[in-house]
Design a binder for this molecule. Structure first.
Ligand code: NAD
Ligand code: UDP
Length: 314
C-alpha cells in the first residue's frame, strides 16, 4: 500500500485516478479547492477507510507524509482557465513550487499533469516531446499554456538542483464521465447540446482537429508513468493519436445520440490551435507498451450514457 496525494482529485481526471488508486489498495489523500471539481465525483469514496478529502488551495503550502504526489490541480477548460487568468497562472506556478517543495522535504515522487498546450499552435505534426512549441506568451490562452510551461521548468530545475524524483506527462485532449457539464470543452458541449436537441456550436468551420483520449487510457498511462524507473522523467506524451476534425466529431455525436440537433457555426476563439496529434512512440517504448485501448466511438457511447443520466437526474 502506498500513501498517495492527488491534487485536483475532485475534478474530472482526478476523480478517475482516485477511484483507480483506491481500487488498487492505496491510501489516498484527495486535495481540491472545488473551483471546477465537485464532491459528487468522489462522494462514493468518502466513507472508504483509506480515502481522505481535504479542501485546500495549492497556491498555499500543504504538508502530509506521502510516497507519491500526482499534481493535477488546475482548471483545464478554456472557459474556466480564462475566468481568472491570474489565478490560473498562480495555480500552475505556485502549485508546482508547493508540491515540489513538499516532495523535496518528504522525499516523495511527484508527477506533473502537463499538457499538449505547451506545444501551442504546433508547426510540426504530429507533436514529439522534443518540439519546443509555438505559444503566444500574451494571448488569452497564455495563463494556462505558459503556466504549464513554467511548471515543467520548475519540475526540471528541482530535479537538477535538488534531485527531486519527478515525472512529467503531457496530456492530450481527454474526455469521459465526470467532465463538468458547463466547462465548455468540445466533447461535453456537443453531447449535452445533442441530448437536449439544441444547436451544436462549431467554432470556425470545424476543420481544426484534435485527438481525443478516453479517460481510462489516460489513468493507465499516468499510473505507469508514476511507477516507471526513476531515470525516466519525461516529458512524455499521453494521448490517443487518432485525429478527428471538430466537424467529424459533431457528426459522430449526432449519429450516436440520434439527435435532431442542427450544426451552427460561431466565431473561432483567438489562438485556437489548428491541429493536435500526439506522437506516442516514447510512451510505448518506456511505459511497457502503453497505448490507448478505447477508441472514439466506444468512449463517446460511455460518455453519452453518463450525461444522459446526469440530465435525467437534474
Ligand atoms: P478539472 O477542471 O475537471 O480538474 C481540475 C481540478 O483541480 C478541479 O477539481 C479543481 O477544483 C481543482 N483545482 C483548480 N485550481 C485549484 C487550486 N488552486 N487548488 C486546488 N485545487 C484546484 O480538469 P481535468 O480535465 O480533470 O484536468 C486535470 C489536470 O489535467 C489539469 O492539471 C489539466 O491541466 C490537465 N490536463 C487535462 C487535459 C484534458 O483534456 N482533460 C488535457 C491536458 C492536461
Ligand atoms: N469547440 C467547438 N465548439 C464548442 C467547444 C469547442 O467547436 O462548443 C472547438 C474549439 O474551438 C477547439 C476544439 O473544439 O477548436 C477543442 O476545444 P476544447 O475547448 O475542448 O479543447 P482545446 O481547445 O483546449 O484543445
Amino acid at each position: 500500500m502506498k500513501r498517495i496525494l492527488v491534487t485536483g482529485g475532485a475534478g474530472f481526471i482526478g476523480s478517475h485516478l482516485c477511484d483507480r488508486l483506491i481500487k488498487e489498495g492505496n491510501d489516498v489523500i484527495c486535495l481540491d479547492n472545488y473551483f471546477t471539481g465537485n464532491k459528487r465525483n468522489i462522494e462514493h469514496l468518502i466513507s472508504h477507510p483509506y480515502f481522505e478529502l481535504v479542501r485546500h488551495d495549492v497556491i498555499q503550502p500543504y504538508f502530509a507524509e506521502v510516497d507519491q504526489i500526482y499534481n493535477l490541480a488546475c482548471p483545464a477548460s478554456p472557459v474556466h482557465y480564462q475566468y481568472n487568468p491570474i489565478k490560473t497562472t498562480k495555480t500552475s506556478v505556485m502549485g508546482a513550487i508547493n508540491m515540489l517543495g513538499l516532495a523535496k522535504r518528504i522525499k516523495a515522487r511527484v508527477l506533473q499533469a502537463s499538457t499538449s498546450e505547451v506545444y501551442g499552435d504546433p508547426e510540426i505534426h504530429p507533436q514529439t516531446e522534443d518540439y519546443w512549441g509555438n505559444v503566444n506568451p500574451i494571448g488569452v490562452r497564455s495563463c494556462y499554456d505558459e503556466g504549464k510551461r513554467c511548471a515543467e521548468t520548475l519540475f526540471m530545475d528541482y530535479h537538477k538542483q535538488n534531485q527531486v524524483d519527478i515525472k512529467i506527462m503531457r496530456i492530450f485532449n481527454t474526455y469521459g464521465p465526470n467532465m463538468h457539464p458547463n466547462d465548455g470543452r468540445v466533447v461535453s458541449n456537443f453531447i449535452i447540446q445533442a441530448l437536449k436537441g439544441e444547436d451544436i456550436t462549431i467554432y470556425g468551420d470545424g476543420s481544426q482537429s484534435r485527438s481525443f483520449q478516453y479517460v481510462d487510457d489516460l489513468v493507465e498511462g499516468a499510473i505507469r508513468m508514476m511507477n516507471s524507473p526513476c531515470d525516466f522523467i519525461g516529458p512524455v506524451n499521453i494521448g490517443n493519436p487518432n485525429e478527428f476534425t471538430i466537424l467529424a466529431l459533431a457528426q459522430k455525436v449526432i449519429e450516436l445520440t440520434q439527435s435532431k440537433s442542427k450544426i451552427i457555426h460561431r466565431e473561432l476563439p483567438m489562438d485556437d490551435p489548428m491541429q493536435r496529434q500526439p506522437d506516442i512512440s516514447l510512451a510505448k517504448e518506456k511505459l511497457n507498451n502503453w497505448e490507448p485501448k478505447i477508441q472514439l466511438e466506444e468512449g463517446l457511447i460511455k460518455t453519452i450514457q453518463y450525461f444522459e443520466d446526469l440530465i435525467r437526474k437534474s
